[in-house]
Design a protein around this ligand. Structure first.
Ligand code: ZN
Ligand code: ZN
Length: 389
């Protein structure tokens, strides 16, 4: 786990808006150091919580956003010292929905997409118009995106690709980029990049169909077919977790001590393999993503035991006929799938433009599955590996 610590003095409105603090032009590591006692106080506060999402006011208050903790030390005076800790680690997955709209972007709602960040590497699912803006607004890096998964080729899920790729290039992305999607993804990417030429990175496309699987940068990705008006894929994403290092096993297998560290990190060294020093694999992190689709059993099967199911909840249940005709689903239908799956949490997304305030029908979902969350643009959380100490 890597921690960066920065301090700045801000007024109350900046304190209330962590992103503004983070992105402010005079934000510099070490600028305006608070007294050392205050720093210690902040570290104590940070160390004593792993619960992100709390937003409270007062001395030592913690504002949390993904891997960032913002700590206000002196709320009473109106002057704030904020400690910024970026825990860009390999024991957690950040998940964000920069946009939650379906069909067309709205002035107050970007198009549906999902940004995952593991070990500093970004994975983006879908890329409708304006996605380069919604990702930046959510505070995530375009330059760090190494994988893009497209669910299908309706414009609200892929037409933002040229702008996003150009912005990634402008922000310094140079590594090869994987773009995976249903059959035809190569042709779609080729067409869209005709207006985004001379990118400073190579694009590798990958066609996926039902239950195709690949691993990249620690993401273990399985595609599964959904029921939409065109071929459409859901994605099941897992972060594996190795077993604990087992000294007696390493000794028993005659593994030289100088290789222990590399083997523990999953590397093979000469004839030695990680399983010769590690115990049984432990539970990792599991997220399932499904838009656009009618309800189908495969969604609850894939999301079985998931930490998070992200699923479309496009319509109120009154519009069930419309949902069927357009191959989408209602919030209630999404909640039924979540309940069947046994997932820990459901995030609804991809709201119809005809539903300006999705909260009016959210109860329909909540009554079925009480771990349902009515996502809005910028919805964010961090999932950690289970603490098994
Ligand atoms: Zn859509
Ligand atoms: Zn669609």
């Amino acid at each position: 786990m890597i921690c960066y610590v920065s301090c700045c003095v801000r007024n109350k409105s900046d304190y209330k808006n962590p992103q503004r603090v983070k992105g402010s032009p005079d934000f510099r590591r070490g600028v305006c150091r608070p007294p050392s006692g205050a720093v210690r106080h902040a570290f104590c506060a940070a160390a004593s919580t792993r619960t992100l999402g709390a937003q409270t006011d007062g001395e030592g208050a913690i504002l949390a956003q993904a891997g960032f903790l913002y700590i206000a030390l002196n709320a009473a005076s109106g002057i704030f010292f904020c400690i910024f800790i970026n825990k860009d680690g390999d024991d957690m997955l950040d998940i964000c929905l920069p946009g939650t709209g379906g069909t067309v972007p709205k002035l107050d709602r970007f198009l549906s997409c999902c940004y995952l960040r593991y070990n500093g590497i970004g994975l983006l699912i879908d890329c409708g118009e304006g996605t380069q803006l919604s990702v930046k607004k959510s505070g995530f890096s375009l330059a760090k995106i190494n994988i893009i998964l497209l669910t299908h080729f309706h414009a609200d899920h892929c037409s933002g690709l040229p702008g996003l790729l150009l912005s990634m290039g402008n922000e310094g992305h140079t590594e090869p980029l994987i773009i995976a999607g249903p059959p035809g993804v190569g042709e779609i990417v080729k067409s869209l990049t005709r207006i985004a030429q001379e990118l400073p990175f190579r694009i590798v496309t990958r066609e996926m169909t039902d239950f195709d699987y690949f691993e990249s940068f620690g993401y273990c990705i399985t595609a599964f077919e959904l029921k939409h008006s065109c071929q459409c894929l859901g994605y099941d994403i897992r972060i594996k977790r190795n077993g604990k290092f087992n000294v007696s096993k390493a000794k028993k297998n005659g593994v030289p001590m100088r290789y222990w560290n590399r083997l523990q990190k999953g590397e093979c060294v000469e004839e030695f393999t990680p399983d010769m020093v590690l115990g049984e694999p432990r539970r990792g992190i599991h997220v399932t993503f499904a838009t656009d689709t009618r309800p189908c059993d495969i969604i609850s099967t894939m999301a079985s035991d998931a930490d998070l199911l992200i699923c479309e909840g496009m319509f109120e249940h009154e519009k069930l006929a419309r949902a069927k005709e357009s191959f989408h689903m209602t919030m209630k239908e999404a909640a039924v799938l979540a309940k069947e799956s046994g997932c820990s949490e459901l995030w609804l997304t991809h709201y119809s433009p005809a539903l300006p305030d999705p909260s009016v029908c959210f109860n329909e979902a909540l009554e079925v599955f009480d771990k349902a969350v009515l996502s809005s643009d910028g919805q964010i959380k961090t999932i950690y590996f289970e603490n098994d100490d």
